[in-house]
Ligand binder design. Structure first.
Ligand code: NAD
Length: 296
């Protein structure tokens, strides 16, 4: 019988722990603070930013919103980031992506101080992951690690296949799981991988992060595998009021019968991503005040 790994339950546990930690920090005169930059009016980005700010409020983290019109210049945006870098009361800086097409996301990532890079996207933080000495881990990969850890899944020596090689998700997950402490034997698959099913069906742990609705089917999954579904895709569903529903990269309803553990969509990796942003912000405040990072 397959066990469901609930991101809702695990993220709530993490958020509860962070709430207590923030209370403690405040008693010692430290108020964790996240600056959230939103440029333009992309409806999905507006929802993400609203959820992030709401979770900050629930945990006791101060959030400062910086909302700009889509016409904002690269220079003005970089100036704001530099001002926030120099503001000692701000511990974390998040710029919601995608930016409007005339703005250069990579330049913004490079402008954010690696010490305040709570999204874990700066090359210095990516480099520390590659060297096996991570500091800020980007929120979705961090969430996946926590789901495995808190579900008591042993990754050591496990044949692990990561579907997808993006800098945001697939690549850091693969690097982290192959590093000391996690010790998985990792294969990365991508759009040019041949005999994909042959590779994935050998996996003890299969992580799907490709952005294709319900792509992973039963034939691609080994009996008893652990399946983590990172994908968030919208699929037409006339039975729903909106005319569509959210599905992952895994055909959950058929694959679940073959797995030992599986994550749902929604309610899986999604809620973990915000919880890990909160964890990174609390850690940023701790590190900037000479304290150790939290053991979650
Ligand atoms: P991306 O488009 O940047 O990368 C997709 C990757 O999948 C690429 O490396 C590509 O080579 C690979 N790929 C594409 N088609 C493939 C195929 N047929 N076979 C094998 N590999 C293939 O996407 P991303 O940013 O990594 O996101 C992946 C998915 O995760 C999306 O559905 C996205 O919405 C979701 N996501 C979820 C969260 C969350 O919080 N849960 C966060 C980020 C991304």
């Amino acid at each position: 019988m397959s066990e469901l790994i609930s991101g809702k339950v695990i993220s709530k546990k993490i958020n509860d722990k962070l709430r207590k930690e923030v209370k403690e920090l405040k008693l010692n005169g430290i108020e964790p603070c996240l600056a959230v930059i939103l440029v333009g009016e992309d409806p999905a980005s507006e929802v993400y930013v609203r959820n992030k700010k709401r979770t900050c409020e629930e945990i006791g983290i101060r959030s400062i919103g910086h909302d700009f019109p889509a016409s904002t210049s690269q220079k003005d945006l970089e100036e704001l980031v530099k001002t926030l870098n120099n503001d000692n009361t701000v511990h974390g800086i998040l710029c919601q992506f995608p930016l409007p097409k005339d703005l250069d996301e990579n330049k913004i990532i490079l402008t954010i101080s690696p010490e305040k890079d709570v999204d874990g996207l700066h090359p210095l933080n990516a480099g520390l992951i590659a060297m096996g000495n991570p500091k800020f881990i980007s929120c979705t990969p961090f969430g996946v690690l926590q789901m495995l850890k808190q579900s008591g899944i042993n990754t050591s020596g496990k044949n692990t296949v990561v579907l997808g090689r993006s800098n945001l998700v697939g690549r850091p997950i693969a690097t982290l799981l192959s590093s000391k402490g996690w010790d998985a034997t990792v294969t990365v698959c991508h759009s040019r991988t041949s005999n994909l099913s042959e590779v994935t069906s050998q996996a003890d742990i299969l992580i799907a992060a490709i952005g294709i609705p319900e792509f992973v089917n039963t034939e691609m999954v080994k009996q008893g595998a652990v399946v983590i579904d990172v994908g968030i895709n919208r699929k037409n569903d006339p039975s729903k009021l909106k005319g569509s529903k959210l599905v992952g990269d895994v055909a959950f309803e058929e694959v679940k019968f073959k797995t030992s553990y599986i994550t749902p969509v929604p309610g899986g990796v999604g809620p973990m991503t915000i919880a890990m942003l909160m964890a990174n912000t609390v850690n940023a405040a701790r590190w900037q005040n000479g304290l150790d990072g939290l053991d979650l």
